[in-house]
Design a protein around this ligand. Structure first.
Ligand code: ISJ
Length: 278
């Protein structure tokens, strides 16, 4: 029998660790196949009804639960990346999915790509109205649009004209908080689903000269905790867009306490989660 020299210790160690990784890959693949089969059962049961299979609130709740139990060398951002792809894979099992984006800063396309994954078709439209029309016409599943900003003019303020409740804001990107980075909103032809820690967008039509301070005070007096309040002077009216803590519903008694009758909930989204400490 020819002598087969023993592999050097370093190579033996690598081979042993890779064998462990191979076994884990098999176990993970088995679980992914099992998960996909459960998703197929969910789709087959038709319990979710017609329309978009996407449930951004449920996705956020799953990610928050996993991040709360997370430990070890795998970065939180990477956990989110891996699960984003799993969510999109299970969405694809339930039906076709595509995105209509309007991306004046191109950041919106990057945010959409990061959130909805590299395989999801994303078409960029020249105006917010065209992106929203693509969703209304059933050409796209969701629209990704620039988040409302204080600098918005009447023309760029797509949120002031959103066809609610047919179209609603269902998510805010990015889900991992990135201070002072551009943000985008996701609009879908379905209502948002609560994630357990949400913020809602409330549009108020006030009188032409309504001061911002009075609007903020009225919200506080009604018991609505508002973050930023954007104000758009639009001819005879002042449009105020407030981000309200919590998942606001149309029958919320606090809304009735506001001094303005024209108020519209544009939708809601999961509060972002913290990323990895720098
Ligand atoms: C499986 C579902 O559909 C989609 C996929 C999800 C998942 O893979 O966990 C979660 C929410 C939905 O976006 C579901 O609604 O639970």
């Amino acid at each position: 029998m020819p002598d087969t020299p023993a592999p050097p210790p370093a190579e033996a160690e690598i081979a042993a660790l890779r064998a462990e990784i191979d076994a884990l890959d098999d176990a993970m693949h088995d679980l992914l196949m099992q998960r996909a089969a459960v998703v197929a059962r969910l789709a087959g049961s038709r319990a979710k009804g017609q329309g978009s299979p996407l449930r951004p609130g449920r996705e956020a709740a799953v990610l928050r639960r996993l991040l709360a139990r997370h430990s070890g060398p795998l970065a939180r951002e990477r956990v989110v990346r891996i699960w984003r792809e799993i969510f999109m894979a299970s969405t694809a099992i339930q039906g076709p999915f595509s995105v209509a984006a309007h991306a004046p800063q191109s950041a919106e396309t990057r945010l959409a790509r990061t959130h909805f994954g590299p395989i999801t078709p994303i078409r960029v439209h020249p105006t917010p109205a065209r992106a929203l029309a693509a969703v209304s016409d059933g050409e796209a599943s969701v629209a990704v649009l620039p988040a409302p900003a204080e600098t918005d003019q009447a023309e760029s303020a797509w949120w002031a004209r959103l066809d609610v409740p047919r179209l609603q804001v269902v998510a805010r990107l990015p889900f991992i908080a990135a201070p002072s980075a551009p943000e985008a909103l996701v609009v879908a032809p379905v209502p948002p689903d609560p994630s357990g820690d949400d913020r809602s967008l409330l549009l108020i039509e006030a009188e032409a000269d309504a001061p911002r301070g009075r609007i903020a005070q009225a919200l506080a007096d009604a018991g609505l905790a508002a973050g930023a309040v954007l104000v758009l002077r639009a001819g005879e009216a002042t449009l105020a867009l407030a981000e309200i803590e919590g998942f606001l519903r149309a029958d919320d008694a606090r809304l009735a306490a506001l001094p303005w009758a024209r108020r519209t909930i544009l939708g809601a989204y999961a509060a972002p989660v913290a990323g990895d400490a720098p």
